[in-house]
Write a protein that binds this ligand. Structure first.
Ligand code: ADP
Ligand code: MG
Length: 698
C-alpha cells in the first residue's frame, strides 16, 4: 500500500521545494506525518461577526464584515505605515500595516467586501487593527462551524508565505490528499475501552474541528496517546531491567556500618532518615537491582543517608561512588564524608575534572584493585577510564540532570549494574517525577533535623538598602555569616559580572570591619576554592556570589541569604538558595531584593516564596507558572519534553490515568507476546527509534 504519511513534503502538491525547505529548517518537518503532527496552538471562533459600533477595548480577536473606504500611507522611514479606513456602516476602524505595504495595496481593493479578522486596540481615540487577516466572504470556508486553527510560525516562515492562515490552507490541502484512513496507533480494545476518537478523526479534527466537542475529543485522544506511550516506554524499560538484571545482595550489616553508627555518628538519626535507610536496606538485600529516588528538602540530611548506604556496600565487600553535579559540591562532600569517617581506616578519594593526571593515576589504580573504598566526584567518575574492582552502589546527588538515559550509562561500569540512589533536594512535582524518574521507586525525607527554626522570608525593594544593611549588621554583630547572591546568566554575563563586582565593592565599603569574599563561576577553580574556604572557615563573614553556591554548600553558621535581583531567578532556584541558610539552630532570614516594577508572574513567585518553606508546594507552583520545558534540567533529562500536545503541568490527572493503564499492560504481557498488544510494541519501537534520547537505552 502506498503510504502517504512517510512521503517527503517537497513532493506534495501545494507545498513544493521552497516551502518544504523552510519547513525543514524552521520546524524540522520533513514528512507528511511530521506536518500533520504540527498542531494548532489555539482556535478562534469565527462563527460570529461583530459590528464596528460594538467594539470595546477588551476584545480578543474578532471579525468584521465591510468595505475599505480608502487607503492612506503616513510617516517616513521606519515610521511608515499603511492605513485602510474600513467600515461596515455602523462605524469606522483603521486597518494598519507596518510591512508589506506594496503587497497589500496590490492585493486588496477599496469598495470590495471583506471579512476582517484581528485584535482591535484603541489608539489615538480610534480603534485600529494591526496586520489583520482579510478574506473575501466566499473564500472563507476553512471550517464549517467557525473554529479556526492558529499555528505558531516564525519570521522566516511568514516571509515565505507560511503565515498561520497559509499553514492552515496547506494543512487542508495535504489532509485532502490523504484518501486512505490514517492507520491506528493504538489497539482497538484500548480505544473501545476508553472511548477514544479514532486516530484518523482525531488528526482531522485537531486541525479543522467540526465542532467544539469534536475538538475536545480529538485533543483528548492525542494527549492520551502521547502520554501513554511515554509511560509505556518507561515502565516497559523498568520491567525489562528488573527481569534482566540481578542485583548485588548486600546481606549483612557489619563492622563498618556498626562502628560508624556507634562511634562516629555525631547525632541521632531523624525518624525519616531511619525509615528511608530501612527502605534502602530492603532494596539492596532482595536480589533485585535498586533504583531509588530520594527526595528531601534542602538540609533534611540526605548526605548522611547516602553515606550510611555506602557503608552497607562496603560491609559486603563492594565499593561505592558518589557523584555530584559541580566540583564545589564534590569537594564539600569529600570533606564532609572524610571527616565523618575519621579514624575508620577507609580510603576515600576525590575525582573531578581538575584533578591532575599525576594524582589521578594512583586513584584509578586503587579503584581497580579495590583499595579505594569510596569514590566521590563529578561527571568525571563515569568516564571510560574509570574502572572499579566491584562497584556496588552509585549515589547521584542533587540533580534533575540525570534522567533515565544517563543513568543507563552507569550499567556498563560493571557486569552487574550497581544499585543506584538518586538524591534530589528540589522536590519534583509528582507528574514530572513520573516522567523524569518514572522507573524509580521513591523515598521521601519529610522531616528536618531537630532544632531548626523555619526560615523567615521577606521581600524588599532595592531602594530600601539602609534598613536592609541595618538588619545584616545586627546578624553580623551576633557572629553570624551572610550570603549575598547575584544572578549570572550567559546572555548578560558581562553586565552581571559588573553588577557583582560593584555589589562586592559596595559591601566592602559598607562593612569595612568584616572580611568579604567573592565567588563566581568565571573564576579559576583554585581561586574559587580559596574564597569558599574563607567563608567555610568563618574568616570571611560575608560572601558575595553568583548561583555557584546554589547546590549543597553547607555553612550552618550562615543565617542571612540576600538575593539581589530576585525577579530574575526561578522559583526552584530561589528555594535552593534559601536552603543554604537555616542549617544551624538560629533564626535565619532570606531577603528577596527586587526592583519596584514587577511583572505579574514575578510578583506571584515572590509571594509564594514569602508564604511557604514547603519545597513540594513550591515545585508544583513552579511547574504551573513556567511549564515543564523551562524547569531546570528537563531539557537534558533524557526524556523528550517537546510534547506536541499534552502538558505535564495541566494534564497531571490524565498522566496518572494512562500510567496505570500502561502498568497493567506491562504486568499482563511481560514478554510482549499477547497478539492484541502487537500494535503497542510496534509503535513503541518506532517511537524509540525516532527519539534520540530513548534510543540510547533501548
Ligand atoms: P541535604 O543534603 O539533605 O540538603 P545535608 O545532608 O547536607 O542536607 O544535612 C544538612 C545538615 O544537617 C548537615 O550539617 C548535617 O550534618 C545535619 N544533619 C543531618 N542529619 C542530622 C540529624 N539527624 N540530626 C542533626 N543534624 C543532622
Ligand atoms: Mg546535600
Amino acid at each position: 500500500m502506498f503510504d502517504i504519511a512517510s512521503r517527503d513534503i517537497k513532493y506534495i502538491s501545494g507545498i513544493g521545494p521552497n516551502k518544504a525547505d523552510v519547513l525543514n529548517k524552521e520546524l524540522k518537518i520533513y514528512s507528511v506525518n511530521d506536518l500533520i503532527y504540527y498542531f494548532p496552538y489555539k482556535y478562534v471562533d469565527r462563527s460570529r461577526i461583530y459590528y464596528v459600533h460594538e467594539i470595546d477595548g477588551n476584545m480578543p480577536y474578532i471579525q468584521l464584515r465591510g468595505k475599505i473606504l480608502s487607503f492612506e500611507t503616513i510617516g517616513e522611514g521606519r515610521q511608515r505605515r499603511l492605513i485602510a479606513h474600513f467600515s461596515d456602516g455602523t462605524g469606522v476602524v483603521d486597518l494598519v500595516w507596518f510591512q508589506g505595504i506594496k503587497f497589500i495595496t496590490g492585493r486588496y481593493k477599496a469598495s470590495e467586501e471583506y471579512i476582517v479578522f484581528g485584535k482591535p486596540t484603541l489608539f489615538g481615540g480610534r480603534f485600529n487593527i494591526a496586520h489583520p487577516d482579510l478574506d473575501k466572504p466566499d473564500e472563507l470556508r476553512l471550517t464549517s462551524k467557525g473554529l479556526q486553527p492558529y499555528y505558531n510560525t516564525t519570521e522566516k516562515m511568514k516571509r515565505s508565505f507560511l503565515s498561520s492562515p497559509n499553514v492552515a490552507k496547506l494543512m487542508a490541502v495535504v489532509l485532502q490528499q490523504i484518501v486512505e484512513l490514517l492507520p491506528e496507533t493504538l489497539p482497538h480494545w484500548l480505544i473501545a475501552e476508553h472511548h477514544l476518537m479514532s486516530r484518523n478523526d482525531a488528526i482531522h479534527n485537531i486541525h479543522f474541528p467540526t465542532s467544539a466537542d469534536a475538538l475536545r475529543r480529538a485533543q483528548y485522544r492525542l494527549k492520551f496517546e502521547e502520554l501513554f506511550y511515554i509511560q509505556l516506554g518507561i515502565l516497559r524499560y523498568a520491567k525489562d531491567r528488573q527481569r534482566r538484571y540481578r542485583g548485588f545482595v548486600f546481606e549483612k550489616v557489619a563492622d563498618i556500618f556498626n562502628t560508624f553508627y556507634s562511634q562516629n555518628l555525631p547525632f541521632a538519626l531523624t525518624g525519616a532518615q531511619k525509615r528511608v535507610l530501612k527502605e534502602i536496606r530492603n532494596d539492596v538485600g532482595n536480589g533485585r537491582q535498586m533504583n531509588r529516588l530520594l527526595q528531601g528538602d534542602v538540609g533534611s540530611g540526605k548526605t548522611l543517608v547516602a553515606l550510611m548506604s555506602m557503608l552497607l556496600a562496603l560491609d559486603n565487600g563492594y565499593q561505592a561512588c558518589l557523584m555530584a553535579p559541580t566540583e564545589i559540591l564534590a569537594n564539600q562532600h569529600f570533606e564532609t564524608i572524610s571527616s565523618l569517617l575519621h579514624g575508620m581506616n577507609l580510603r576515600v578519594e576525590l575525582l573531578t575534572g581538575s584533578i591532575t593526571k599525576k594524582r589521578r593515576e594512583p586513584i584509578l589504580k586503587g579503584l581497580l584493585s579495590g583499595e579505594v573504598h569510596i569514590l566521590i566526584g563529578t561527571h568525571a567518575v563515569i568516564e571510560e577510564s574509570v574502572q572499579f574492582n566491584s562497584l556496588g552502589l552509585v549515589v547521584i546527588d542533587e540533580q534533575h540532570r540525570f534522567g533515565v538515559a544517563q543513568r543507563a550509562r552507569l550499567w556498563n561500569k560493571n557486569i552487574y549494574p550497581p544499585h543506584v540512589l538518586v538524591m534530589t533536594a528540589t522536590p519534583i512535582p509528582r507528574t514530572l517525577a513520573m516522567t523524569l524518574y518514572g522507573d524509580l521507586e521513591v523515598s521521601i525525607i519529610d522531616e528536618l533535623p531537630p532544632g531548626r527554626k523555619p526560615i523567615s522570608t521577606m521581600h524588599q525593594f532595592d531602594n530600601r538598602r539602609e534598613s536592609l544593611y541595618a538588619s545584616v549588621r545586627k546578624q553580623l554583630n551576633e557572629g553570624r555569616q551572610v550570603y549575598i547572591v547575584y544572578p549570572l546568566i550567559k546572555e548578560s554575563e558581562k553586565i552581571d559580572l559588573k553588577n557583582l563586582e560593584e555589589g562586592y565593592m559596595h559591601i566592602c565599603a559598607e562593612f569595612p570591619e568584616y572580611q568579604v569574599c567573592k565567588v563566581h563561576g568565571k573564576m579559576k577553580a583554585i581561586e574559587k576554592e580559596e574564597q569558599m574556604q574563607l567563608f567555610v572557615s568563618g574568616k570571611a563573614k560575608i560572601m558575595v556570589a553568583t548561583t555557584v553556591i546554589e547546590v549543597g554548600v553547607n555553612v550552618p553558621n550562615a543565617s542571612v541569604m540576600i538575593i539581589e535581583n530576585a525577579e530574575r531567578f526561578g522559583l526552584s532556584q530561589l528555594h535552593q538558595l534559601r536552603g543554604r541558610v537555616g542549617r544551624g539552630a538560629d533564626q535565619s532570614y532570606c531577603i528577596l531584593v527586587t526592583n519596584y516594577k514587577l511583572a505579574e508572574d514575578t510578583r506571584k513567585r515572590l509571594e509564594i516564596m514569602v508564604r511557604t518553606n514547603d519545597g513540594f508546594e513550591i515545585a508544583e507552583a513552579d511547574l504551573k507558572l513556567r511549564g515543564p520545558g523551562d524547569l531546570e534540567g528537563t531539557q537534558q533529562s533524557g526524556v523528550a519534553f517537546d510534547l506536541k500536545i499534552a502538558d505535564i503541568a495541566r494534564d497531571g490527572q490524565l498522566l496518572q490515568y494512562v500510567r496505570d493503564i500502561a502498568q497493567k499492560i506491562v504486568d499482563a504481557d511481560p514478554d510482549n507476546s499477547l497478539p492484541q498488544n502487537d500494535i503497542l510494541w510496534q509503535q513503541l519501537r518506532s517511537l524509540r527509534k525516532s527519539n534520540v534520547n530513548w534510543a540510547s537505552i533501548s
